[in-house]
Design a protein around this ligand. Sequence first.
Ligand code: HEM
Length: 399
Amino acid sequence: MDVDKYSRQLFTETFVENPYPYYAQLRAGDPVYKTRFPDGQQGWLITGYEEAVEALKEPRFIKDFSKLYGGSMDGMSVFTQNMLFSDPPDHRRLRGLAQKAFTPRVIEGMKERIEEITDQLLDEMEQKKEINLIDDFAFPLPIIVICEILGVPSEDRDKFRIWSNSLIEGSSGEPGVSVYQHMNDFIRYLGEWFSRTRLETKDDLISKLIEAEEEGDRLTEKELYGLVTLLIIAGHETTVNLIGNTFLNLLKHPEQKELLRKKPELIGQAIEESLRFDGPVEFSTSRWAGENFQFAGKEISRGELVVVALNAANRDPDQFDDPEVFEISREKSPHLAFGTGIHHCLGAPLARLEGKIAIRRLLDRFPDLKLRIPESELKWRQGMIVRGVKEIPVMKRQS
Ligand code: HEM
């Protein structure tokens, strides 16, 4: 297939609004396709389900790109020295410490607190005339939760929100302020916060990680920065869009929304279906071929980039019956919204719980929310990582 034919369409406005027709064509034509990404890099884009699973589990596709090209991404190391950008054996060590805080049992213990935070946000929405479901609900919920897990003082949460947004969007969002300024502020904040925590440990994750660092030297200071940054970014930029996309999908499929209202016990399946149908993470993070080898019939050369289009794999008709249909009672759904293999999302139990509580309680409290603008005017976020809209302006009842 022609490298440029499809690459020209990647991340155009039409693609960002609805990438699924493009994925269907590509998957049928060549599920492991050599293309050029919008940043100019050439690489392989995987859209078939079977190939996606194979790629995500393939140890010859590595994450730590400095192994191939020498040097290090030192300037960015605060953001990359973490499990997501590491390979075994480092990966095991970096994931091991944090893992204990995110087991399904630990997360289940947070249910009441998440319900409380959700209800508080809904109470505040009750008072408002104009609601933007992203800013007023989907965004604050996961950031409050992850800040509480880590032990970020509540008065500093807004700063985290600004910094994290700036990192993921690659722009500060404020005239005259650069992303680097935000990064510097963020790093300085982390340093001061860690120093305070060393003097006074509490029962939060950051205290536990610092204790572990001091006892067994299992995480270096830089790795600690890397982990906290990853948890903050991964911990909310994604869940915001799980809540937003699920809400929009229910709105677009009123019969499914009605079914969920009649059978609230379907909430778990509804969240899984939303993850499959319109997942918050568009592409996996990048992997590189650590050596020359054959993959899915293709000759892959050492150093070549590989990216998995998770949302494309999740609509593969060879894996899912009627993949283009949003059906909350779908039973078996081994979707890849959380990835698979050793980098399978650490926060999946937390994201699922937050999604279930948020959508259930939102529908209970405001069953008749409607969009204030035509659906076609919703603005989708740009970028290769997250899939979600910038705002969801809604009204409580028809005026
Ligand atoms: C990894 C998706 C929420 C923490 C991943 C990966 C995906 C993903 C696809 C693997 C990326 C790859 O292999 O290239 C999601 C989605 C979420 C979500 C769709 C919400 C709906 C969270 C939350 C947290 C979290 C709430 C933490 C509080 C992580 C971490 C990793 C990860 C630490 C790296 C795991 C590793 O490299 O071993 N996530 N995530 N995620 N996620 Fe999530």
